[in-house]
Design a protein around this ligand. Structure first.
Ligand code: GLV
Ligand code: MN
Ligand code: MN
Length: 399
């Protein structure tokens, strides 16, 4: 019987990023495929039966695959240069929880499955929670098939290379009906659980969030021969737009807005860019406020771009409404873990996508650094073990 830390230890060399630090485990990269293989091996060692569905979601079954099962799981892909826990903690804790339940002699009254969802971060194809969105029909299948990674590969092509039939991607009512209740354990990603006090919390809600692409077009030109007065430089417009994004969000209570990725085209030191693409992540509990925020950013961006002789276009890439987890399921979980505080999160999760269709809930494990999507994300060994025990208790209580 392995602890969560021993399990995480066995994958600590997979997908390390020597340039960015931390881990880069993009979906269907060698690293993520290695992790998927690792998970399947771990599941088989525990006597679970494993299948990969037509959307690339791995299911490891304790008991027969059947409708109304109790399902727990998370993801193994990461953001670029991410931490060790975002995703893998939930998967490793699920494996450890099965060990704990088996050691307790638990005989499940209904089947239990561990799921691994592909592309939770959207770091390769741009849309977060792509696997659960496809399963639940929360993304148009054609849109999903045509998503492209940074090298121009379509999701359809990458799915095909990885043994999936692109024509079979999409809503899977049968697979969804197998989820009676879904519980995702995840590292806490902010300062919600401090370094002292309880190590585990029960999730209450996920902040509404979305992603938009802003493309600023100007005139590509030579850095040496183009006078400063003659330029239409989209990078200069981008710099001002990024500050405006920060200022607009800062003026709106409870809003968060981030430009974390920017791509100058063609991208040369001695080249004035012809275009800059940048991606905006914006979040707020009220969807109408988010819509107004985006409209305001778009208007300001148009104004800034025009002042630099450039133009701008804005496209929504994905949006997820604020999610409140199933009150009945969350209450039952709080009954099983009476000392666990109830905590909202600003981070997106597959449990949030699933919650529109099946009772879903989350457990958070303390991260004393308060930092995530960064190598400094941290979970102490004893907290990880407490998380696995809490998950085992919850699963046992819900079985
Ligand atoms: C996923 O971690 C997100 O909230 O973007
Ligand atoms: Mn995650
Ligand atoms: Mn994440």
């Amino acid at each position: 019987m392995e602890t969560v830390n021993q399990l995480l230890d066995s994958i600590k060399g997979v997908g390390r990023d020597a340039v960015r630090g931390g881990y880069s485990r993009a979906v269907y990269s060698t690293a993520e495929l290695d992790l998927r293989a690792w998970f399947i091996e771990q599941a088989l060692q525990r006597g679970l039966s494993v299948e990969t569905d037509r959307n690339g979601i791995i299911w490891a079954w304790w008991g027969k695959p059947q409708e109304g099962a109790l399902v727990t799981g998370s993801h193994l892909d990461s953001v670029p240069g991410g931490g060790a826990f975002d995703g893998p903690l939930g998967v490793a804790s699920a494996l450890a929880a099965v060990d704990i339940l088996k050691a307790r002699g638990t005989v499940p009254a209904r089947s239990l499955a561990i799921t691994v969802f592909p592309e939770e971060e959207g770091s390769r194809f741009g849309v977060a929670c792509l696997g659960s969105r496809l399963l639940a029909g929360a993304i148009a299948v054609d849109k999903a098939r045509n998503l492209r990674d940074g090298d121009g590969n379509t999701f359809a092509d990458v799915a095909r290379t990885n043994g999936l039939d692109p024509s079979h991607l999409g809503p899977d009512a049968q697979a969804l009906a197998r989820i009676g209740d879904f519980v995702e354990l995840h590292v806490e990603q902010g300062k919600g659980l401090g370094a002292h006090g309880p190590a585990i919390a029960v999730g209450s809600s996920i902040l509404g969030h979305g992603r938009w692409k802003l493309s600023i077009s100007g005139q590509g030109n030579h850095a040496g021969t183009t006078l400063m007065a003659d330029r239409a430089d989209p990078m200069v417009a981008a710099a001002q737009i990024i500050v405006a994004v920060r200022d607009t969000a800062a003026a709106q209570p409870d809003a968060r807005a981030t430009v974390g990725r920017l791509m100058p085209v063609p991208g040369g030191t001695n080249v004035i860019a012809s275009r800059v693409d940048m991606w905006l992540d914006a979040r707020h509990p009220d969807d109408a406020v988010t819509a107004r925020l985006i409209e305001s950013i778009h208007g300001t961006a148009r104004h800034i771009a025009a002042g630099e002789g450039c133009s701008v276009s804005l496209t929504e890439e994905s949006y997820s409404d604020t999610v409140h987890f199933d009150p009945g399921l969350s209450r039952r979980i709080s009954g099983i873990l009476p000392d666990a505080p109830v905590l909202a999160t600003g981070a997106g999760h597959d449990a949030g996508v699933l919650s529109a269709h099946v009772p879903s809930a989350m457990l958070f494990v303390r991260n004393p650094s308060g930092i995530s999507h960064s190598p400094e994300e941290y979970v102490a060994d004893e907290d990880a073990n407490a998380g696995a025990v809490a998950l085992a208790d919850v699963l046992e209580g819900l079985l």
